[in-house]
Design a protein around this ligand. Structure first.
Ligand code: MTE
Length: 357
């Protein structure tokens, strides 16, 4: 089953069964909020069909009072709105694959990222109703969708540290951009874990478990971990959570042939838990830099669009972007230094070659 009927026909499609795809450069560059029909999709299995009146969210584990909540129960809690960017850990994998092969993974370019206004109940309000046991350190989440892999069938799940679950912007979301969650994006209920890899924002949420350790679900304990460069030492793998600082050029497109004169360079930058404080653009492969304008208002959990105007002489040019965050940190220069066998967390400088006539 594909989900194309919910989506624009011109999305960049990375897989059709299940459907995985995201916005084109032009769609990413169109504004600060991504419309639902252009928002990127990362599905590991088929979209489950859920009758909202049968829906129950089981809340169990290290709690004083296990709960089984209906959608109405969740909607009766105070509603909270968060503008947040969702980014897959595999965003920009295609650049990493130029260093060494990354087998059996989707070849995302810069489109496994989008931003929406999410509305829902706070996860912490549900946990407070249940009462958390002192030994709990993590909150595990499970989706209703089933994934068949290597002869086994299991649900999609993951976990976040308890402190993140208690953050006031961590949501059980039922609305996306003022509409009910579309089926592809987790209808009727999903987790929204701002600042964390998209995989932790579990869709079609069915169960929340307070527990001492991180989830042992495949998508927490095996996938979405960063292996060391030799890809051998499993014990040295890092479970992914917070996203790194990133920036991307959305316009001009790679290999564009442009007329000389004023030219706009535009893109996105995103800093997870921190703020984007500056974006630098180079037109000479990173030898000299100019400071770009940050556009719009800063939203705590959202990307920041930026632009700058340059004038370039005829010839070939290598545009490069790097961002700085509120801890005065910037991005690594070389893609090779962040390569890993699963192709996660590429936040190296983004390079776009162009030709000026
Ligand atoms: N939740 C469930 N139940 N099943 C999934 O396949 N994919 C995860 C996450 N939540 C997934 C899921 C991944 S890897 C990402 S990046 C985000 O959903 C993508 O969210 P989106 O499709 O709404 O953009």
């Amino acid at each position: 089953m594909t989900t194309l009927n919910e989506k624009r026909a011109d999305l960049l499609v990375r897989a059709t069964d299940p459907f995985n795809g995201g916005p084109t450069l032009e769609q990413l560059n169109a504004g600060s909020i991504t419309p639902n029909d252009a928002f990127f999709v990362r599905n590991h299995g088929d979209i489950p069909e859920i009758n909202p009146s049968d829906f129950r969210l089981t809340v169990n584990g290290m709690l004083y009072q296990p709960l089984a909540l209906t959608l109405d129960d969740i909607k009766s809690l105070p509603a909270h709105t968060v503008t947040a960017t969702l980014q897959c850990a595999g965003n920009r994998r295609v650049e990493l694959a130029t260093i060494a092969p990354i087998p059996n993974e989707l070849e995302w370019d810069q489109e496994a990222i989008s931003t929406a206004v999410w509305r829902g109940a706070r996860l912490r309000d549900v946990l407070a109703q249940a009462g958390i046991d002192a030994g709990a350190g993590h909150v595990a989440m499970l989706g209703i969708d089933e994934i068949a892999k290597d002869g086994e069938t299991f649900g999609f799940g993951g976990s976040i540290p308890l402190a993140k679950a208690l953050h006031p912007d961590t949501l059980l979301a039922y609305e996306m951009n003022d509409a009910p969650l579309p089926p592809t994006h987790g209808y009727p209920l999903r987790a929204l874990i701002p600042g964390y890899i998209g995989a932790r924002s579990v869709k079609w949420l069915s169960q929340i478990t307070a527990q001492a350790q991180p989830s042992d679900n495949y998508y927490q304990s095996v996938a979405y971990r960063l292996l060391p460069p030799d890809a051998q030492d499993e014990d040295a793998a890092v479970m992914l959570g917070e996203l790194p600082l990133i920036s991307v050029i959305l316009s001009p497109a790679p290999n564009a042939v442009l007329a000389s004169g004023d030219m706009q360079v535009q893109g996105y930058a995103y800093a997870s838990e921190r703020a984007v404080v500056r974006v630098d653009v180079s037109c000479d492969g990173g030898q000299t830099w100019r400071v770009a304008r940050l556009l719009g208002e800063a939203e705590r959990w959202a990307w920041r669009k930026w632009e700058t105007t340059v004038q370039l002489a005829p010839g070939q040019h290598m545009l490069v972007v790097r961002a700085w965050d509120s801890a005065a940190q910037t991005q690594p220069e070389q893609i090779a230094t962040v390569w890993n066998i699963k192709g996660y967390m590429n936040n190296a400088w983004h390079r776009v070659p162009i030709v000026v006539r």
